[in-house]
Design a protein around this ligand. Structure first.
Ligand code: DC
Length: 222
């Protein structure tokens, strides 16, 4: 079974999908991590503004996800890039690498191969619309910009950093604008996706809600 989970940044999609996959004993395919790997290598080779060079990197990407202590490590070849793909620089870079049509085309095959290997929750932006249009269940996982900003603020505060709520809401809305309006594979809510709005749900409630959707679909298909 493939469960496609799409939705905007910062709604907590990744952590909820990771936890649900763990509880169900399924694989989690974090497609954002694949884009981040391409961005990292492109950045290190100073070719991150060249779509052809980035597509070459995508084509030969030797990526592996390795389960580790309830989490997942990401390897390119023998190199553990789990930390390097989450830095501020890589995050900035992936925002201009991920919209490249050439890169997206190259990564389609990798995502399909990894997703089909076993029962998987696949999370990203275009999973239900482009990568797995025949997924058994499509979920559009979202939360209001205000709720996402409040979650962000909590993360910042835990690190002793303080930001203005209005400013964080503004940044989130700007990022949404880019993701919804880019030319290649924009973030869309598929007509056949079930919307899961987690604005008023905590982490555990969000996990339970996703598990319920999956189990309901499993019963329908049995
Ligand atoms: O989910 P994330 O923040 O790790 O995603 C990293 C980047 O990749 C972000 O710019 C969105 C993009 N992305 C994408 O375009 N398509 C996907 N299926 C997954 C992520």
């Amino acid at each position: 079974m493939i469960i496609a989970v799409d939705g905007p940044s910062g709604a907590g999609k990744s952590s909820v999908c990771r936890e649900v996959a763990k509880r169900l004993g399924w694989s989690l395919l974090d497609t954002g991590a694949i884009y981040r790997c391409v961005a990292l290598i492109a950045l290190e080779n100073h070719v991150d503004t060249d779509p052809k060079a980035c597509a070459e990197i995508a084509k030969s990407l030797d990526i592996r996800f390795v389960a580790s202590k309830g989490s997942q490590k990401v390897f390119i070849g023998a190199r553990d890039v789990s930390q390097a793909i989450r830095t501020f620089e890589t995050t900035q870079c992936v925002n201009h690498v991920s919209p490249m049509a050439e890169v997206r085309a190259e990564l389609l095959g990798i995502q399909r191969r990894l997703g089909h290997a076993t029962d998987s929750i696949v999370e990203g932006r275009d999973i239900g619309s482009v990568v797995f249009p025949d997924a058994e269940l499509k979920v559009y996982y979202t939360a209001s910009a205000q709720a996402r900003a409040l979650r962000r603020m909590k993360e910042f505060e835990a690190k002793g950093e303080h930001f203005d709520l209005k400013e964080v809401v503004k940044q989130i809305e700007e990022r949404d604008e880019t993701e919804f309006n880019r030319a290649n594979s924009p973030l869309v809510k598929c007509a056949d996706a079930v919307e899961l709005d987690t604005s008023d749900l905590n982490f555990e409630e969000s996990c339970q809600a996703l598990i319920r959707l999956i189990q309901t679909r499993q019963k329908e298909l049995a």
